[in-house]
Ligand binder design. Structure first.
Ligand code: SPV
Ligand code: MG
Length: 552
């Protein structure tokens, strides 16, 4: 026998709800010893609001769905049109949905197909009522004809035999009380439907008090879960339903009624005022809409899946002379030719190929040598006595919105930049994990100590925090080498500007280098590491240059 507790109202939520099927979740709610509340929703948005409010499940009301389509609750919307609405609802929420399936849209055969299609769409259950197609809402007219008990029992059996999810719930609703047939008839019908396989009985009433429902519940003796719809007997305290051993209460149409009132008042106000001024602040904000429909998820997905984001800009630090002898006598290092193209031109093509349109190069040494189509320039005229951080500060105004900061003398495969652009986090630095163990070099390397070393594990995509960057790091602390490439989100760029201002105020702009800057940022903000393994180089020596000529 189905067991009911009339005890505490505390609800215990299963922690693994997401892994169970929606049908299993609904079944558990209906069978739980606690009184469950299902809230009406009639489209994707209202389903989201019901979920956000905290209800454990949704009643997809026939009345509300048809009314929201501007139709009567008389099967004017075809069942496949209702199915379409349900698809939106199931997509919008993880909550289990109990669908108001009216009469099942015909006989046993229609119910079979309905149940199959609902299971395919992840709907948790359906409620069918013992009336005739086309149905009429329970609150319209008197003594609506009821279906033959055996014929309706056949609809239930057919539905149960057709469900592809064992947990799918079929609720049998008897309209015996609504149609004025009395308690005995209602009990007889409920028992027949239970015997036919119904998982729960919905006993409907249109009285202003709960007396006939409570009388039914007493005589039903919990033979299977009882569901009620207290629309007309709305002032009955729910404690009485608990005491009566009711399983589930459906608040059947209140979201639809709420929007009717709200839309009417808002429309009237705007119409009379010829202005929206009065209603602003009283209606949901546009940001609220974006949040409800999950715009943030789309933005994250765009970062992950789109090949490039045209909105990002780049600042290329290209002021240094570099020490490549004759080659850097009349031009900065970034203009050295690598197989017919300067290093900078190669870098710029790489950036544009990844969708970055606004590129600013910070020039210094032999600045006249840097003139590239489509590349804006900013000058660091104190290049000889300053470093990259000073150059970056010269481009401070360009650090607005999402920005890539890159040394002008590095080359890397395009996937590295695309990966960095798709990474999450406000500040992300590209770090070569192979650099952790690389042999010492003539020129200093930007060694990295991060929270965790690169694991190489396909399944490991947990973000890794940067601790510090320094040319001097004991071997055991090193997790890689910064390749001179970093991404700043709009927020990250704001933090970067702040830090540059601070460094300037401390009088350290001339002497701070990029490792120090990144280390300072990492001490205050989450800075993440985007690990790579090789496929890049920087050009510090003639040997690097000959490697570069082979690389491209
Ligand atoms: C519905 O919400 O469509 C219902 C409940 O079936 S009632 O309107 O009370 O019949
Ligand atoms: Mg209905």
């Amino acid at each position: 026998m189905y067991r009911v507790s009339t005890g505490p109202t505390t609800r215990i939520r299963a922690p693994d709800r997401r892994r169970r099927s929606q049908a299993a979740a609904l079944r558990a709610e209906i069978n739980s010893p606690f009184l469950t509340f299902l809230m009406e929703a009639h489209n994707g948005l209202s389903a989201k609001i019901v979920e956000e409010t905290g209800f454990p499940g949704i009643w997809a009301s026939g009345l509300s769905i048809s009314a929201s389509l501007g139709l009567r609750d008389s099967n004017e919307a075809s069942w496949t049109q209702v199915l379409e609405v349900l698809e939106f609802m199931a997509e919008a929420t993880r909550l289990p949905i109990l669908v108001d399936g009216d009469t099942g849209y015909g006989n046993f055969n229609n119910v079979r197909r309905l149940v199959r299609k609902l299971c395919e769409r992840g709907i948790a259950g359906v409620c069918i009522e013992d009336k005739l197609f086309p149905k009429t809402n329970s609150f319209v007219g008197e003594r609506q004809p009821l279906a033959d008990v055996d014929e309706f029992s056949g609809r239930i059996k057919a539905g149960k035999d057709s469900q592809s999810d064992d947990d799918f719930v079929i609720v049998a609703r008897t309209e015996a009380l609504i149609s004025g047939h009395g308690l005995d008839e209602a009990l007889l019908r409920a028992e027949a439907y239970r015997a036919a396989g119904a998982d729960a009985i919905l006993i409907h009433s249109k009285q202003k008090t709960a007396s006939e429902i409570l009388a039914f519940a007493e005589r039903w003796e919990n033979r299977c879960p009882l569901i009620i719809v207290p629309t007309t007997y709305h002032s009955t305290p729910t404690s009485l339903f608990r005491q009566a051993g009711i399983s589930t209460v459906i608040w059947a149409n209140h979201n639809l009624r709420a929007v009717i009132t709200a839309m009417r008042e808002t429309s009237r106000r705007i119409w009379e005022d010829e202005s929206v001024r009065e209603v602003e602040g009283r209606v949901a904000g546009v940001q609220d809409i974006f949040r409800l429909v999950g715009n943030a998820e789309l933005e994250a997905a765009e970062r992950r899946y789109l090949p490039a984001r045209a909105t990002a800009s780049a600042v290329v630090l290209a002021a240094a002379r570099g020490d490549l002898g004759e080659l850097t006598r009349d031009q900065p290092k970034c203009m050295i030719d690598v197989r017919g193209q300067s290093l900078l031109m190669r870098l710029v093509s790489l950036l544009t190929d990844s969708g970055i349109r606004t590129i600013t190069a910070v020039r210094g040494y032999h600045k006249e040598a840097i003139a590239l189509n489509g590349v804006a320039t900013v000058d660091n005229d104190r290049y000889a006595e300053t470093g990259e951080v000073y150059s970056l500060a010269c481009a401070r105004q360009r650090l607005d919105g999402e920005t890539i900061v890159v040394y002008g003398d590095v080359l890397f495969r395009r996937y590295i930049l695309d990966g960095l652009l798709a990474s999450e986090g406000d500040i992300v630095v590209a770090v070569d994990a192979l650099g952790a163990r690389a042999a010492a070099r003539a020129t200093p390397r930007d060694l990295v100590a991060a929270e965790r070393p690169f694991s190489g594990n396909y399944l490991d995509d947990a973000p890794v925090r940067l601790n510090l960057v320094s040319p001097d790091l004991p071997m055991e602390q090193r997790t890689g080498e910064w390749i001179g490439l970093a991404r700043f989100s709009a927020q990250g760029a704001a933090w970067l500007r702040e830090e540059l201002d601070l460094i300037e105020a401390e009088g350290l702009l001339e002497t701070t280098d990029m490792p120090m800057l990144l280390t300072r940022l990492a001490a205050k903000h989450p800075v993440f590491v985007h690990y790579i393994t090789g496929h890049w180089l920087d050009v510090d020596t003639l040997e690097d240059l000959s490697n570069a000529r082979n690389f491209t």
